[in-house]
Design a protein. Structure first.
Length: 282
């Protein structure tokens, strides 16, 4: 193949590849009847029974509920703890906040997965499947840093809150953490029901809550909604995420990368081949 033929071939191939489109998945918006949990942080007492129930439901190591030193530092979820409760001080008040996967309505982790190992179920939860190739792009994509990787396993998985989808939700049961909460700090229902409930609590007790439902609009909406007595940035929540779903933000970028990743390597390889051939002929 001479230089002219090579460049002509690459030009045709580039046109074909640029005409292709990457698979970009994103929802049209939060589903009003998707499974949703409302977390009222004004009711949480930090008993951590939700942590224990989650561990039992997912066959994870059970926490020691008598160990109060866990509140001395902020904890993150892990591959062995799908939910954790942290304590924050707002003036003289103690506020306890449960943290887990937010199950975004239009999830960045689902959009970033190359092999569809993460799936947004029709009921709302985001589930993980065994065809995962371990790229961990979902960990980078998630704005809440929820997916965790089993680094020390011979057959590692991505681990996070499952919303008790396969074991309870599909059987008409509430998530284990919701059922275990003695203070009714966790309420379960459809997204429309939980938004109505949250707005009702704010309207009926405006002095108790800040006028904001976290998760109603953040990153396009989430299946876990929060109420708080203080601004959310004071209790560990990111308030810089915006309201646009992350898959929408990356749509244009992915189109560009799609072409670059497929075209540039063979072009460089071909140029190297031609250069080496010219050098050998000289």
């Amino acid at each position: 193949m001479n230089r002219r033929t090579f460049l002509k071939t690459m030009g045709i191939g580039s046109g074909i590849l640029l005409g292709a489109r990457p698979r970009i998945i994103h929802a049209s918006g939060p589903l009003p009847d998707s499974a949703t949990v409302l977390v009222d942080t004004t009711r949480c007492i930090g008993c951590r029974l939700c942590e224990e129930a989650c561990a039992q439901a997912n066959s994870l190591p059970e926490p020691d509920l008598s160990d109060l030193t866990v509140f001395d530092r902020k904890r993150s979820t892990s591959e062995t703890a799908f939910t954790v409760v942290n304590r924050y001080m707002a003036g003289d008040a103690e506020i306890h906040v449960k943290t887990q996967c937010m199950h975004c309505s239009d999830a960045a982790c689902v959009s970033s997965c190359l092999v569809n190992a993460l799936k947004k179920e029709k009921e709302g939860p985001i589930s993980w499947h065994t065809n995962c190739m371990g790229c961990r792009y979902c960990m980078v994509a998630c704005p809440f840093e929820m997916p965790k990787f089993e680094y020390h396993s011979a057959a590692p998985r991505i681990r996070k809150c499952t919303f008790c989808y396969a074991t309870r939700l599909v059987n008409g049961q509430k998530p284990a953490c919701v059922e275990a909460c003695p203070m009714e700090a966790l309420s379960f229902g459809t997204r429309s029901e939980m938004l109505q409930e949250a707005k009702g609590r704010i309207a009926n007790a405006p002095g108790t809550y800040v006028n904001h439902i976290y998760g109603e609009h953040e990153v396009g909406g989430t299946s876990w909604l929060y109420l708080s007595a203080v601004p959310f940035d004071q209790i560990g929540f990111r308030t810089d995420l915006g309201t646009t779903p992350y898959p929408v933000l990356t749509k244009g970028y992915l189109k560009t990368v799609h072409g670059i990743d497929l075209i540039v390597p063979p072009v460089l390889f071909g140029l190297a081949y031609l250069s080496r051939r010219k050098r050998d002929n000289d």
